[in-house]
Design a protein around this ligand. Structure first.
Ligand SMILES: Nc1ncnc2c1ncn2[C@@H]1O[C@H](COP(=O)(O)OP(=O)(O)OP(=O)(O)O)[C@@H](O)[C@H]1O
Length: 307
């Protein structure tokens, strides 16, 4: 992977009125990588995206696109950016092809070959000469993707891209995004509330809360895990864990126990010899949602254990 970032957010702060909406945010995005941008409502995602697309100026800090600062080289840096909005503006009475031709005219550098190339990249070859009004939502989203790719951006921003798509449509869209990141070396930035979707679509997840970047995580398929045990009597079990200095979480019916697998048999043996009754002892994987809620303080892990 090229180590020079395509996008560099450097100590970005945005103050509106008296409110600090973005607080010293720094983030690097790389070629061929899909980064998810996740945060609770009002965290500052839209504000950050507006600054990355030159629609808003940071109060302090700088955004660089492919090495060019937006504040001093606006046109050149923006020529490297492609944006897909939630509902791409399309002429429904025209064919997909004519829509692309229309957008291509706005940019002298877009050739007919390039139009054909992006059509193939989003898999619309068979329907491209039909009117957009006959397209499914998924096809319209893909046409929006094709439009955003026409000028060969190095950086593509998608704000809530799969809104309204059914699971099959989401899966399909994800596949095309992955293909584009790999084939064109585009750095893709996806803002979404759909945690599971982000987890499947992205290589990395940046989490924002109260205008601050609180975490960047690689998505590598390895999930953190924990054990959950239902043990009785509960007070005695609690004292047992405390005596062993174990940081367990106490739920109504059981305990969440951070534990290495190798340590499980010895712990169970000790619990039994301490006259604790074990009704269940099971391994759980932390979902991205668990981790997200933990990070943002929106709740503890294992909400389901509260039942
Ligand atoms: N022009 C503005 N004037 C005052 N406050 C603003 C302005 N724009 C945004 N804010 C505030 O800044 C905070 C961040 O807003 P932003 O829209 O960036 O969040 P978000 O993460 O995109 O949220 P959501 O997921 O709800 O769209 C919010 O508290 C919002 O009310």
């Amino acid at each position: 992977m090229d180590t020079k970032p395509i996008v560099k957010l450097q100590n970005i702060t945005k103050v509106i009125g008296k409110k600090k909406i973005i607080d010293d945010l720094s983030l690097d995005l790389f070629a061929g990588q899909i980064t998810g941008f996740l945060g609770p409502n009002g965290a500052g995602k839209t504000t950050t995206i507006r600054m990355m697309t030159g629609l808003m100026r940071p109060t302090s800090g700088e955004v660089f696109i492919d090495g060019q600062a937006i504040s001093t080289n606006f046109e050149e840096s923006m020529s490297k950016v492609g944006v897909i909005v939630e509902n791409p503006e399309m002429y429904k009475f025209m064919s997909g092809y004519k829509n692309l031709l229309h957008f291509a005219r706005m940019n002298k550098n877009v050739t007919k070959d390039r139009i054909d190339e992006v059509i193939a990249q989003v898999g619309l070859q068979n329907r491209i000469h039909e009117k957009v009004s006959t397209y499914s939502l998924g096809m319209r989203q893909r046409l929006g993707l094709a439009q955003a790719l026409l000028h060969r951006p190095k950086f593509l921003i998608l704000d809530e891209p799969t809104n309204g798509l059914d699971p099959a449509g989401i899966r399909e869209f994800r596949m095309y995004l992955r293909k584009i990141a790999t084939e064109e070396g585009v750095s893709i930035f996806v803002s979404s509330h759909l945690l599971a979707e982000i987890e499947l679509m992205c290589d990395r997840i940046a989490v924002i809360q109260n205008g601050k970047l609180i975490s960047i995580k690689e998505v590598n398929g390895e999930q953190e895990s924990y054990y959950y045990a239902e043990v009785s009597p509960k007070e005695q079990a609690h004292a047992f864990f405390e005596s062993k200095d174990m940081k367990v979480e106490n739920f109504e019916k059981g305990f969440v126990i951070p534990l290495e697998t190798e340590a499980v048999p010895a712990l169970i043996t000790e619990m039994v010899t301490s006259n604790l009754q074990i009704f269940s002892f099971s391994l759980h994987k932390k979902t991205l949602e668990d981790q997200f809620l933990e990070m943002t303080g929106g709740g503890q892990i294992a909400e389901s254990h509260k039942k």
